[in-house]
Design a protein around this ligand. Structure first.
Ligand code: FBP
Length: 548
């Protein structure tokens, strides 16, 4: 593999570890835990892995002779910067405990376990991928690991390779499934431990014990760099409004963090739109008013940040999408035979009056995007909906009307951007490089101590890495019961933006001023080498959340 000078220098970077993980680790156990809700139902479903204590690793000089162990690892779902460091952390951890230990990677996600598609990850392979972005070391996939037949098929290969523990690196759904698998293997008493690791750029897998999911830090820094560049262009030419959609699926954490970093003129937060029961027209009017107010000062330019999942949070759109999901789930075949030119009319004829009206009011392109294939979880693929175009088109129409009425004087020219895939495989920031390596190393310590059904947890990460707290959290502790596809299921609760949380409050206190005044911040590219205040800063979201 040919490498750039930065890649070569970066490969030599030694990620920082919490002090407690540097020597032999000792386990300190807390009190038994409870799930966050629906305790009785969750306990019944997870009799072997419910109620376990929170674990913290503490320093020790005790000499322990660990037996060699074979471990398997899976990357599940969307890519997130730092995945390779989780794997190198697991590798270094198990090798430090016993150099005869081996690590196997399952290829292209959970499907690799079921299909028995794997490779041994040797020191030579691992060294090629240290501190790099991407998941290409073994690839990732979105196969859902949830059926007993898959668990049994997986066990066949685990047994053949003498794998005693499996680490699943994934988001809320993958970690829920990791917990179901841990429970299944524990009930079978087959000696396979399952450990989860919190991954997703979306930032929606977090709680009191999991401060952040890895990848969020780097992805937000990459998007903020590019938005900053756009803002500087925008403030130089002074003729465009940039509508920028940002990944994040349901939650608006990414849009909010980028807003805190770049101080745009507008940032929509989906969770607020839902809470205030805003209609699409309300959102459009809000943006159009800011465009008009800036135009009144002679500023016909600006930036609008839009979270990817917005449409699903507008109550009327949410109802429409829910009906469409149900309808398409049962009539997919009939719909597939309708000619493209008749699909819009066909859908309108099948929907309830209220939803048909909303659907008919949507621009052609967006209406079509709402009927495209669902993801494996049955959800609309929000990354395919061009919300940035939908909003700018509607803002343009409103401004034209206001112009006729003499309420607006100005020029409105819009440009569109969608940032998502650009940030998911970026080389991890120092924060993510260190955090991920520590998460992987912690996973190896959980394995060595015989734990299963735990998620690797590294906390206190706004302090220097030496002071980070490493341990494990029982996954059942993060669960509640939710309706999924008409059935009540145990799932890890998704963390959406809290409107009473410090990051949103900070944004809300500044947004009126940012709307009118051009107070852009240009964060610039991620720095890997240099002063710590430039290179090692966590996200603003995390800092604000951790400031008590
Ligand atoms: P995960 O939840 O699996 O981490 O994926 C997150 C994400 O990056 C979302 O932000 C985005 O909506 C989605 O993946 C896109 O999925 P795909 O990679 O399948 O296009």
């Amino acid at each position: 593999m040919t490498k750039s000078a930065l890649q070569i220098a970066r490969a030599a970077y030694q990620p920082k570890l919490p002090k407690a993980l540097k020597g032999t680790v000792k386990v300190s156990e807390g009190n038994p835990t409870q799930s966050i809700a629906d305790q009785e139902a969750i306990q019944k479903l997870f009799p072997n892995t419910y109620g376990m204590p929170i674990i913290q690793f503490v320093e020790s000089d005790e000499q322990v002779n660990y037996p060699a162990i074979n471990v398997g690892v899976i990357l599940s779902g969307g890519q997130a910067p730092g995945g390779h460091n989780v794997i190198s952390g697991i590798f270094d951890g198990i090798k430090k405990m016993n150099k005869e230990s081996k690590l196997y990677g399952f290829i292209l996600g959970p499907g690799g376990l079921v299909d028995h598609n794997y490779k041994e990850l040797t020191a030579e392979i691992i060294d090629e991928y240290r501190n790099t972005g991407g998941f290409d070391i073994i690839g990732s996939g979105r196969t859902k690991l949830e059926k007993e037949s898959q668990f049994d098929k997986g066990y066949e290969i685990l047994k053949e390779l003498k794998i005693k523990a499996l680490v699943i690196i994934g988001g809320d759904d993958s970690n829920t499934n990791a917990c179901v698998l841990a429970e299944y293997y524990a009930a079978k008493n087959n000696g396979v431990q399952v450990i989860g690791c919190p991954k997703t750029i979306d930032g929606d897998l977090k709680n009191e014990m999991i401060e952040t999911s890895f990848g969020f830090d780097t992805a937000c820094k990459v998007y903020s760099e590019v938005i900053g560049n756009i803002q500087r262009d925008c403030n130089s030419a002074r003729k465009y409004w940039h509508f920028i959609k940002l990944m994040g699926r349901s939650a608006s954490h990414i849009a909010l963090e980028c807003a805190l970093q770049v101080q745009p003129n507008v940032c929509i937060v989906s969770e607020e739109v839902e809470e205030r029961n805003m209609s699409l027209d309300d959102v459009v009017t809000y943006i159009a008013q800011i465009v008009a107010d800036r135009a009144a000062k002679g500023d016909n330019f600006g930036t609008v940040l839009i979270p990817e999942g917005l449409v699903e949070f507008i109550p009327a759109m949410k109802r429409l999408i829910a009906e469409l999901n149900d309808f398409l789930a049962t009539n997919a075949e009939e719909f597939a035979h309708i000619k493209k030119s008749h699909q819009r009319e066909y859908i309108i004829s099948k929907l309830s009056t209220e939803n048909a009206e909303v659907y008919a009011s949507l621009p052609e392109g967006v209406a079509r995007q709402l009927t495209l294939d669902r993801d494996p979880h049955g959800n609309v693929q929000v990354s395919l909906i061009e919300t940035e175009k939908l909003l700018s088109e509607m803002v343009g129409t409103k401004l034209a009307k206001w112009k006729e009425e003499g309420k607006y004087v100005g020029k409105f020219a819009a440009l569109h951007h969608f940032f998502g895939y650009e940030g998911r495989c970026a080389a991890p920031s120092n924060y993510d490089a260190d955090y991920c390596y520590s998460l992987g190393y912690t996973a190896s310590a959980l394995i060595a101590n015989g734990k299963t059904g735990y998620m690797s947890s590294v906390r206190n990460t706004t302090a220097p890495a030496e002071e980070w707290i490493a341990g494990g959290v029982p996954i059942t502790m993060m669960m509640n019961m939710e309706r999924r596809h008409g059935e009540m299921k145990p799932v890890i609760q998704k963390a959406l933006v809290k409107l009473d949380g410090a990051p949103f409050k900070e944004f809300a206190s500044k947004r009126e001023s940012w709307a009118i005044n051009t107070d852009y911040v240009y964060p610039g590219p991620i720095q890997y080498f240099g002063p710590t205040e430039v290179c090692d800063q966590p996200t603003k979201t995390l800092k604000l959340e951790q400031t008590k």
